[in-house]
Structures are given as C-alpha cells and as structure tokens.
Design a protein. Sequence first.
Length: 137
Amino acid sequence: MARALFGLNRLDEAEKSAREVVVRKANFAEAYLLLANIHVRQNNFSALLKDLDDYLKLDPDSATSVKTKAIRDGARRALCRRAKVKIQEANGRIVVLADQIMGFLEVLDRRRYEVQLVKNSPEHFRAGSRTKIKDEA
C-alpha cells in the first residue's frame, strides 16, 4: 500500500503506511528505503539520514548497501551546506575542518537544522536538548 501511495505522490499517506509496516515488522529493511525515498521527495534530509542508517543497520552487506551509503553521504553533505558547516572532501571522504567539528557533530546528531515556514526564508536552529516536548491535550 505504501509503495502504491508513493507512486501516486501521496507522500504523507505513503509515509504513514510505511511507518505502520515498520511498527508491525521492524526488521523489514525495504520499508526504511521507501521512507528514505519519501523523505528525498520532501527534501527532508535529516529524516532521510535516519532512514538510511536504519536500513544499513538491518542490511549492511546487500548489493543495495553500497548505493545507500553513497546516498547517505550526499545527504550529509547537503545537511552541512544547509547548516552552513564547511567541509572538504579528500579521497572520497568527508573531511571536517578543525573549527567546524562541533557544527558537523550537531548536523550528525540532528541538533542543527533548517526550517522554512515562509517560502524562501529559511531559519536555522540549534537544539539545546533531545528532550521530547509533551503533547498538549
């Protein structure tokens, strides 16, 4: 169902359906790849990284894993650009400049991010903690 909704570009419904699959069958690696594809279309690189990491934990040595790792590295680069963290590349690896290490770690830990509530007006944030905010009833 999630794949069909994705094909119809009904991304919110596809994501909900894929998450239901993950709840029922957490070790189904393909569901994480579908979530990754959904998040690519939504330009949600933070969620994309988590999806790819989850997939690689379940299926680290498959034929798809090499491509998945390359996509994950590209998403990290994109997150760094959005968060204005300067990195370099050497021999196909990301090299973090000495004065950018904390920023890079914040990007990896998803504590630095961008939100665009008003079109063409991105706002950057740095999360102070990972404490979940309780839902108000």
